[in-house]
Design a protein around this ligand. Structure first.
Ligand SMILES: [Zn+2]
Ligand SMILES: [Zn+2]
Length: 505
């Protein structure tokens, strides 16, 4: 198996079962045992058959099932259906970037860019949009559909082609003339709502705007060399792609009041790392060396707490051992500092995983919900609020608990939680793991209006996940955050000072 990636015996066993049966395991709450009952008792071999059986109420009297399970299964199926063919941003990006690189090598292409939702940095992506400029459209189309990663050609015309690539995502590509490129790039970046309003503004100024250009009343093209000039011609400042969701960006750009969005270079340090002490795969030293190599001047280590036994949560004596190790490392490193923390579970009753005497020893405490996600709204809200009342809490980790494309946010009164955060000065995490991207950028806006501040954290469990930070920055930008909104834009000394004074009563 190590040398070939295949196992003959496994293949034979698997071939004895209908292939659709493995899809049933994707439905929340259905494990192998229940799937077996469905297969043996009702002969169900696919999601479609299961859905039909649920609608016929055939699970109600099945041993180990019942009305509630049947309802949950139907909900799970609907969930799966609504997510079919969707990709997380890091998956879409990892497929788009090599493609873009190949296209940059095409001698007939002048300019090429990602457009669409991936350029707007949406957290979930349906397909990749690409735009190129060339005076040799046909040659570009031929080059595009013959790239090695192409698995299907869905359609191919003179200036537009759709393909599917390895990894399963569909890619739409258009070619325009170099003259049309800025207008087309704006148009195909969207969003639709943003474009509609932009066209409206153009019209009110006596212009006509579409993917081919911005035209005077007499049909003469108003020449723009890039997107920035296009925005300027319409009397507004350049709007970064992340903002183009028609959420006030056009009105604000017309008044020239768009904020300076936070940039990757603004982040001075990162928090929320898991080391080998819990479920991470690197030592603290390895993590620190990598974070330092990436140009940051500090990091915060926060392994799992003891209740997260499945993740190797730290017992009190482990924390003491870790504190000693970090102190020793801080002695060795110059120009780099490791802050000591923990990611403490918020227990079902709202208490934290350690007594205050332990929490007191740490520089910061992240609190997160990792279990019992299905509490009712009132209990879940009370649970989180109670935890936030602990005076040692610094950061509320992945505040909504969602896992993109697989688990919805838990039921909780987010407004109440935001109010508590504002009152206590608790930082909300923008967890940059692309499976989470939590806090969601739609909530960040609300929180920002309440003067709540954020921390962009990779929640890294190994060295390569430090790169997740870029997705967190994208979400912060998407919601208009400046460097002032993001706590880890502080330098190391200010951070130390900030954490020292950050006890709440
Ligand atoms: Zn967590
Ligand atoms: Zn974590």
């Amino acid at each position: 198996m190590v040398t070939t990636g295949e196992l003959q015996y496994y293949r034979e066993l698997k071939a004895e079962l209908p292939p659709g049966i493995f899809d049933l395991l994707k439905i929340p709450g259905l494990g192998p045992k229940k799937v077996r009952v469905l297969y043996d008792a009702l002969g169900i071999e696919s999601i479609g058959e299961l859905e039909y059986a649920c609608k016929e109420n055939r699970l109600i009297n099945l041993p180990g099932f019942g009305k509630k399970t049947q309802d949950n299964i139907l909900k799970g199926i609907a969930h799966i259906r609504s997510h079919e063919g969707l990709f997380l941003i890091h998956e879409a990006e990892s497929m788009a970037l090599p493609l873009l690189k190949d296209l940059q090598h095409c001698p007939d292409i002048k300019e090429v860019s990602v457009a669409g939702s991936l350029r707007r940095r949406k957290e979930v992506i349906k397909d990749i949009d690409l735009l190129a400029s060339s005076i040799q459209e046909k040659k570009v189309m031929d080059y595009f559909v013959s790239l090695p990663q192409v698995t299907d050609i869905i359609g191919k015309g003179a200036t537009k082609a759709s393909i599917r690539i390895r990894g399963g995502i569909a890619v739409d590509m258009r070619v325009v003339s170099p003259e049309q490129y800025p207008y087309a790039l704006h148009h195909f970046t969207g969003s639709k709502e943003h474009n509609t309003k932009m066209r409206h503004i153009a019209k009110s100024m006596g212009f006509k705007m579409n993917e081919y250009g911005l035209f005077q009343e007499d049909g003469k093209l108003i020449s723009c060399k890039d997107e920035e000039e296009l925005f300027n011609r319409l009397g507004m400042a350049y709007i970064p792609p992340e903002l183009r969701e028609d959420m006030g960006e056009i009105e604000t750009a017309l008044e020239n009041r768009l904020p300076n969005l936070v940039e990757a270079e603004d982040l001075k340090g990162l928090f929320h790392f898991h080391s080998r002490y819990s479920d991470g795969s690197n030592s603290i030293r390895e993590l620190a060396e990598e974070v330092r190599r990436e140009g940051y001047s500090y990091m915060g280590i926060s392994d799992h707490s003891r209740s997260a036994y499945y993740a190797g949560g730290l017992k009190e004596e482990d924390i003491l051992r870790q504190i000693e190790e970090v102190d020793a490392l801080n002695h060795i490193f110059s120009n780099f500092y490791i802050f000591k923390g923990i990611e403490s579970d918020i227990l079902p009753d709202g208490s934290l995983d350690y007594e205050d005497v332990i929490l007191k020893l740490l520089d910061f405490v992240i609190i997160s919900v990792h279990s019992q996600f299905r509490m009712d709204r009132e209990s879940m809200t009370a649970r989180i609020i109670k935890a936030m009342d602990n005076p040692y809490v610094t950061i509320l980790g992945h505040p909504t608990g969602r896992l993109l494309l697989s688990r919805d946010e838990y039921e909780a009164d987010m407004e109440q939680i935001l109010e508590k955060a504002a009152e206590k000065g608790i930082i909300l995490e923008i967890n940059a793991n692309p499976h989470r991207l939590d806090l969601d950028w739609r909530w960040i806006k609300k929180a920002r209006e309440m003067d709540i501040r954020f921390m962009i954290n990779p929640d890294a469990h190994n060295l390569s996940q430090i790169a997740y930070t870029s997705f967190g920055i994208a979400m912060a930008r998407k919601d208009w955050c400046t460097r002032e909104d993001i706590v880890n834009c502080m330098d190391a000394d200010s951070m130390a000072e900030f954490l020292k004074n950050n006890l709440h009563n």
